[in-house]
Design a protein around this ligand. Structure first.
Ligand SMILES: [Zn+2]
Length: 107
């Protein structure tokens, strides 16, 4: 596994990173570029910077995992299936005089 050498822009210390220590995010529009982040061991600050397509290619070639910059889709709303109990409740509701004006119940 190759080490990636860079210089921390905050403390100007040389930084040597394993590919697993770099967070590489692909840009939403173009998958061949993006940005990266790493933590400097000297000053404990996080550096986040954009990447050129060439820099992106170098990091992926040495084994840095690419994470999608796309936000995760929202979870699907819970599905309520119409059950036999719902049918019985609906039947009882229809037997009332004011069923049309009663508010809907949701679970
Ligand atoms: Zn630093």
């Amino acid at each position: 596994m190759s080490a990636i050498r860079t210089m921390c822009p905050h403390c100007l210390s040389p930084v040597e990173l394993d590919p697993s220590e770099i967070l590489l995010l692909s840009a939403p529009a173009a998958a061949a570029t993006g940005s990266y982040a790493y933590n400097c061991r000297s000053c404990e600050r996080v550096t986040v910077a954009p990447l050129s397509p060439a820099g992106f290619a170098v990091l992926t070639a040495v084994g840095v995992t690419v994470h999608s910059g796309e936000p995760a889709p929202p979870p699907a709303p819970p599905v309520h299936r119409f059950t036999t109990d719902d049918l019985i409740d609906f039947h009882r509701l229809l037997d009332t005089q004011d069923w049309f004006t009663q508010p809907l119940r949701t679970r």
